[in-house]
Design a protein around this ligand. Structure first.
Ligand code: HEM
Length: 134
């Protein structure tokens, strides 16, 4: 059994605070609707069916924010920059990705402090994925 020191409470994770799996599923589902309707960005995604990509991003974000570790059980260490190397992530792709993510975040209507935490992370992570100038 895990011991909980007297006078302290187990900390809720960000994953739990924003509504758990359902919230991340809504976020990423909405994001991929945007991708599906954006021919330029859509062209980067190799699979005809966006469903598996949606599942991978959902599981990754759930794990990142303290939820179940299913992503790594299925895919191993994230190494996201390396996994993006096969794709041309230039400024335009970065901007489009973030634009669809912004719409998806807006629709969650989270408390402002949580929304900011999530958004700041996504902005930072998207910048770190750019691998092609121009
Ligand atoms: C900056 C713009 C980005 C573009 C254009 C982009 C594009 C892509 C593409 C084309 C794939 C392959 C689809 C698939 O097979 O899963 C992919 C996979 C993935 N992306 Fe991105 N991505 C971007 C940013 C991000 C960011 C910021 C994150 C995390 C916060 C992320 C997380 C992932 C994950 C988890 C996968 C699946 C990796 C795997 O397990 O194979 N991506 N991305």
């Amino acid at each position: 059994m895990t011991e909980i020191p007297r006078g302290s409470l187990p900390q809720a994770t960000f994953f739990e605070l924003v509504g758990g799996e359902e919230t991340f599923r809504r976020l990423v589902h909405r994001f991929y609707q945007g991708v599906a309707d954006d021919p330029e960005l859509r062209a980067l995604y190799p699979e005809e069916d966006l469903g598996p990509a949606e599942e991978r991003l959902t599981l990754f974000l759930m794990q990142y924010w303290g939820g179940p570790r299913t992503y790594s059980d299925e895919r191993g260490h994230p190494r996201l920059r390396m996994r993006h190397v096969p794709f041309t992530v230039n400024r335009a792709a970065h901007d489009a990705w973030l634009r669809h993510m912004r719409d998806a975040v807006d629709e969650l209507a989270l408390e402002p402090a949580y929304e900011k935490q999530l958004w700041d992370y996504l902005v930072y992570a998207a910048a770190s994925m750019v691998n092609t100038p121009g």
